[in-house]
Design a protein around this ligand. Structure first.
Ligand SMILES: [Zn+2]
Length: 348
């Protein structure tokens, strides 16, 4: 039976994303810089998800960028291509960092807190979904593509899985992650090889946690996975065209968390189902949760600050909304209207 899970406590997210409240102007500046590069790229002609031609008309303009909803699969597309130049400009920022630097105690504490609060639940959901499908998670092999600093790989390790590996383009993040986890689970791959990785991988489960939306050719990655019959499951987390995006349409003062930077397109329930079906997979479990209400709260809070509301008023607002965040978000999650989803796909 298919698992459908909704909601997640927001408190750890709020604690770890304080910078979105405190450093709003800095985040907006970075957002504008990337938007300006994105706007200079050639026009995107085909939907990033279904590859069918996109209509000419735009549906909305946000931060100077035009967006259109695909008539075929409902995927939300930015009007420009994410070219090599664009990807190089935004994804290779770690290159100058010192690989062999000594990490601070606070780095280790922050790493473990993030791993435990955010990534263990993701790992646990995968584990439960596999068990629900009568699979034996301990006997399976896992590859995490776009592993970043190894939070998800570290979480799989923590819940007791053994045959795990992760791969990532940033040498800095790989070194940092391996040091933090205390293993050599992570390795580096060339950015152009990302799609090739699943081609020959001898694993049962490929995970793409917050990765598919950043790939230049997500369909290419899916095609290689499809061709490798050894891979039985794909575990995906993607950002969605949700309430947060509507909030971003009406405000330029608060940082756009959902549709900006490396997110030049967003999934919908329907576009994700389209993708799974096209590449020969069934969705066997779903976990819907999001940060839309935190975004709403943040946007109002920032607008209040800019409109010179007193600290007392802002505190009143904060005290009123904070206890409501999870229950309000839960209503969105239950209706598949949240900003994020985790799905486990199984080969048909
Ligand atoms: Zn489409």
């Amino acid at each position: 039976m298919k698992i459908e899970q909704y909601g997640k406590s927001s408190i750890s997210v709020i604690k770890q994303k304080k910078s979105f409240f405190n450093d709003n102007d800095k985040h907006i500046e970075a957002q504008r810089k990337i938007s300006n590069i994105y706007k200079q790229q050639p026009i995107r002609l085909c939907c990033k998800n279904c590859d069918k031609p996109l209509k000419k008309e735009n549906d909305f303009i946000k931060d100077g960028i035009e967006y259109k909803v695909c008539d075929i699969c409902t995927h939300l597309n930015g009007a420009y291509e994410d070219t090599n130049e664009f990807c190089n400009a935004i994804y290779t920022g770690d290159e100058g960092k010192d690989y062999a630097q000594n990490y601070k105690v606070s780095d280790i504490e922050d790493f473990n807190y993030r791993l435990s609060s955010i990534y263990i639940p993701k790992a646990e959901f995968l584990y439960t979904s596999l068990v629900n499908d009568n699979a034996a998670p301990h006997k399976m092999k896992y590859l995490d593509v776009g592993a970043g600093s190894g939070y998800f790989v570290g979480a799989l390790n923590k819940i007791g899985l053994k045959n795990i590996s992760g791969t990532e383009v940033s040498r800095y993040q790989v070194d940092f992650g391996n040091t933090m986890i205390g293993s050599d689970h992570l390795s580096v791959h060339e950015i152009n090889d990302t799609n090739n990785l699943p081609k020959e991988s001898d694993v049962d489960v490929v995970s793409l946690i917050g990765v598919l939306e950043h790939l230049q050719d997500p369909r290419g990655a899916m095609e290689y996975i499809k061709k490798n019959n050894r891979i039985k499951y794909i575990y995906i987390s993607v950002p969605l065209f949700s309430l947060s995006v509507f909030l971003e349409m009406i405000s330029n003062d608060a940082f756009h968390r959902q549709l900006s930077g490396g997110h030049t397109h967003l999934y919908t329930k329907k576009s994700l189902e389209y993708l799974a079906d096209e590449f020969g997979f069934d969705i066997i479990s779903e976990w819907w949760f999001g940060a839309d209400i935190i975004d709403l709260y943040r946007q109002i809070f920032i607008d209040m600050k800019k409109s010179q509301c007193s600290k007392k008023i802002r505190n009143l607002f904060q005290d009123m909304i904070t206890p409501l965040i999870d229950s309000m978000q839960f209503e969105l999650d239950k209706k598949y209207a949240s900003s994020e989803v985790h799905v486990l796909l199984k080969r048909k």
